[in-house]
Design a protein around this ligand. Structure first.
Ligand code: FMN
Length: 343
C-alpha cells in the first residue's frame, strides 16, 4: 500500500514534513506546496528553504510547480535538478480564483488543447521526471474523458487525481465513480486523493479500487498524524503478519508521540520565525485541523482563536493534551470551510 502526503500550502512546510517523518510511519513521498515561479528568479527565498537538501535530508520529497509558462517551468526544473531532485509534480488542480484566472492550476482544465501543448514542451524540455496532480475537469466530471487522453499521451511518472471538478472546490463528495472510469483508461499509475479522513475511508478506497497505485492524504492526515500509521497497522494485523509490539501504540503512548511531534514543530517555528505572532499563526493553521482529534467542543477552538501570546498558547495546548482523550472518528470539515479553504 503506497501513501503520499498531500501538499497543503502554509502547513506541510519542510518543518512539518520533517517532524512528521521523524515521529510517525513515514509516507512514501512528500509533495511540497506549490512553487509558483517568477520571471528571473524561479525559486524565492522561502521556496528555496523549503526544498533545499539540508532541510529535507532523508525524505522522499517531490517539489510541486504551478505555472503555465514553459520557460519558467523548465528554469525551475533546472534549479531543482541542481539541488539534486530527479522528479517534479505539475499542479493542474488548484481551484483558487487568482490562480485559475491566469490559466494556471485548474485553469488548464478549461483548455485541454493548451494543456496538451504545455505538456509536450515540458516533457521534451525537462530531464526530470514529471507527475501530475489534477481534478476531473472544470465544471463537469465528464470532462475527464477529454482530459485523460491528453495525459495518456505523455511519459508521466504518475497521476494523482482529486475526483472533483474545479467549480466544486471542496464541496460535496468526491466522484468515486469517475475515479473508477479513470482507472480503467489511464496508462499511468493513478493515485486517489480526496476526503480520506479515517482508516475506514482508506480501507474503502483500497477495497473499492484494488488497481489504484495508492492514496494521497491531505486534511485527514493533518487532522490526525497517526492516520496512515494506524491504517497500515490494521492492515498488517488483518494479514496476520507479525507486528512487532513496539509498533503497536497504546492511545496514551500515541498522545505522547503527538505531543512530541507538536513540540518539535513549535520549537522549529520559534527558531525559524521572529516574534510570537507568526509562530502562533502557524500553529493555529495546524490546529484548525488537528483540534478535532482532541475535542469537538467549539469553545476550545474559540479559545485558541483568541490566543495572542506565547504563554497563552502554551497553556491552551498543555490543557488540550492533558484533558482530552483522542477521538479517531475522523476529520469533519467545519461548516463554511469549503469556500475558505479554497486552495
Ligand atoms: C490549505 C490547503 C492548501 C493546499 N495547498 C495545495 C498545494 O499547494 N498544492 C496542491 O496541489 N494542492 C493543495 N491543496 C489541495 C490538497 O493537496 C488536497 O488535494 C485536497 O485538500 C484534497 O485532499 P484531502 O481531502 O485529503 O484534504 C491544498 C488544500 C488545502 C486545504
Amino acid at each position: 500500500m503506497t501513501g503520499y502526503m498531500a501538499p497543503l500550502e502554509g502547513i506541510t512546510t519542510y518543518i512539518y514534513r520533517a517532524a512528521y517523518h521523524h515521529h510517525f510511519r513515514p509516507m512514501d513521498k512528500y509533495f511540497t506546496p506549490f512553487i509558483s515561479p517568477a520571471q528571473k528568479r524561479p525559486l524565492r527565498t522561502r521556496e528555496t528553504r523549503d526544498v533545499c537538501p539540508e532541510n529535507n535530508e532523508g525524505l522522499p520529497v517531490i517539489p510541486q510547480i504551478l505555472t503555465n509558462d514553459v520557460a519558467l517551468f523548465l528554469d525551475t526544473c533546472r534549479e531543482l535538478e541542481a539541488l539534486g531532485y530527479t522528479e517534479v509534480n505539475l499542479n493542474i488542480g488548484c481551484p483558487s480564483g487568482t490562480v485559475t484566472a491566469r490559466g494556471k492550476g485548474a485553469g488548464f482544465l478549461k483548455d485541454p488543447e493548451e494543456l496538451d501543448r504545455f505538456l509536450e514542451q515540458i516533457c521534451q524540455g525537462s530531464s526530470l521526471r514529471i507527475s501530475v496532480k489534477t481534478r476531473l475537469g472544470w465544471a463537469d466530471p465528464e470532462e475527464f474523458y477529454e482530459l485523460l487522453p491528453v495525459l495518456n499521451r505523455y511519459p508521466l511518472t504518475e497521476v494523482i487525481l482529486h475526483p472533483r471538478v474545479r467549480q466544486e472546490y471542496y464541496r460535496g463528495k468526491p466522484h468515486r465513480e469517475a475515479f473508477a472510469e479513470a482507472l480503467k483508461e489511464s496508462v499511468h499509475p493513478l493515485f486517489y486523493n480526496g476526503n480520506l479522513f479515517s482508516t475506514r475511508d482508506i480501507t474503502e478506497i483500497f477495497g473499492q479500487f484494488p488497481e489504484t497505485a495508492g492514496v494521497m492524504l491531505g486534511r485527514g492526515l493533518i487532522a490526525d498524524p497517526s492516520l496512515w500509521e494506524r491504517y497500515s497497522q490494521t492492515e498488517a494485523e488483518k494479514a496476520a503478519t507479525e507486528v512487532s509490539p513496539s509498533t503497536i501504540s497504546s492511545e496514551e503512548k500515541l498522545k505522547d508521540r503527538i505531543r512530541s511531534f507538536h513540540d518539535e514543530i513549535y520549537e522549529a517555528y520559534r527558531r525559524d520565525l521572529s516574534g510570537d505572532a507568526p509562530v502562533i499563526h502557524k500553529m493555529k493553521e495546524l490546529w484548525f485541523y488537528m483540534v478535532q482529534l482532541f475535542s469537538r467542543d467549539p469553545k476550545v477552538e474559540k479559545a485558541l482563536r483568541k490566543v495572542q501570546h506565547r504563554d497563552e498558547y502554551e497553556r491552551w495546548a498543555g490543557q488540550l493534551f492533558r484533558q482530552n482523550d483522542l477521538d479517531f472518528s475522523g476529520f469533519v470539515p467545519p461548516a463554511g470551510w469549503q469556500e475558505k479553504g479554497s486552495k
